[in-house]
Design a protein around this ligand. Structure first.
Ligand code: CO8
Length: 267
């Protein structure tokens, strides 16, 4: 892959467009991409920019440098927290929740350390792909804290309550193979060196399908988690019916009958 770097937002986050895949790179490699206020602010801008760009079909997030995806919140930048309102103001409210509002498929490409807020960020993505060297953990209780970026809520939904509480309470790190075994990540790359290419090609496969179908699949699965089964099934049916009227749905069926590749138009 030859990334076409076409702009930087600041220094803490980089954006690259590679074909129709928008890459967001957390760019504080000297601190293992620890999350400070610049990184939070720039990551939000990058997400907004790529989600509203019609030339982008899928967004992928990775960490710069060899050490890892992200070692969590910047512990050194944290204030003394004697004033709770000041601490609250210091954090961009709900910045990881912004990923929940992204319509396009979001993929985390994870290598090395993926800890604390870094793991929380990756859990807000739709798909997590890990390199064999990835290490995952939520060390917050050891810092006298609990995860504040969705970790206590997203982890049980991904791996079940028992495994989530084990990770939350012990603070133990797990490796990529274990993360894959328990369903914290859905794919492992063949090697660290092939991670980005493998995610790029996964993203392009997703992007080759009708965008509305991908967006509705994501909406039904994600929103369904907050609904009763019957309400979720109704949501699915409504979205299914909407897709029946699309040109791309008709084109897919015609291409199958005519034994040719479909040419989707995004309508
Ligand atoms: N914050 C700030 N700097 C960090 C962080 C971090 N989370 N992680 C690593 N760094 C820095 C180190 O300080 C070091 O910098 P320097 O070279 O200037 O001293 C550099 O990155 C390399 O790190 P190490 O030298 O420590 O490398 P090691 O290989 O020895 O260790 C580890 C790597 C194991 C990742 C280790 O750095 C570590 O334990 N980091 C902290 C991991 C952690 O606890 N993360 C969770 C943070 S808490 C969180 O994410 C949610 C809480 C939110 C609260 C927000 C309140 C404001």
């Amino acid at each position: 892959m030859t990334p076409m770097a076409d702009g930087t937002l600041g220094r803490a986050v980089l954006i690259e467009r590679v074909n129709r895949v928008g890459w967001i790179t957390l760019n504080r490699p000297g601190q293992i991409n620890a999350i400070n206020s610049s990184l939070r602010r720039e990551a939000l801008m990058a997400l907004d920019q790529l989600d509203s760009d019609s030339g982008i079909g899928v967004i992928a997030i990775r960490g710069a440098g060899e050490r890892g995806f992200c070692a969590g919140a910047d512990i050194k930048a944290q204030s003394d927290a004697t004033c709770l309102t000041a601490l609250r103001d210091e954090l961009t409210p709900g910045w990881i929740e912004a990923l929940d509002r992204v319509n396009k498929p979001l993929i985390a490409a994870i290598h090395g350390y993926c800890l604390g807020g870094g793991l929380e960020l990756s859990m807000a993505c739709d798909i997590r792909v890990a390199a064999p060297d990835a290490l995952f953990g939520l060390p917050e209780t050891g810092l006298g804290l609990i995860p504040g970026g969705g970790g206590t809520q997203r982890l049980p939904r991904l791996v079940g309550l028992g495994r989530a509480l084990d990770l939350l309470l012990s603070g133990d790190r797990i490796d990529a193979a274990e993360a894959h075994r328990i369903g914290l990540v859905s794919r492992l790359s063949a090697s660290v060196g092939t991670l980005i290419d493998e995610v790029q090609s996964l993203a392009e496969r997703i992007d080759s399908k009708p965008a509305a179908a991908c967006a509705y699949a994501k909406e039904a699965a994600r929103d369904g988690l907050d609904l009763s089964l019957s309400a979720g099934l109704k949501l699915e049916k409504d979205l299914f019916v909407l897709l029946m009227s699309t040109t791309d749905r008709r084109e897919a069926a015609a291409a199958f009958k005519e034994k040719r590749l479909p040419a989707f138009s995004g309508r």
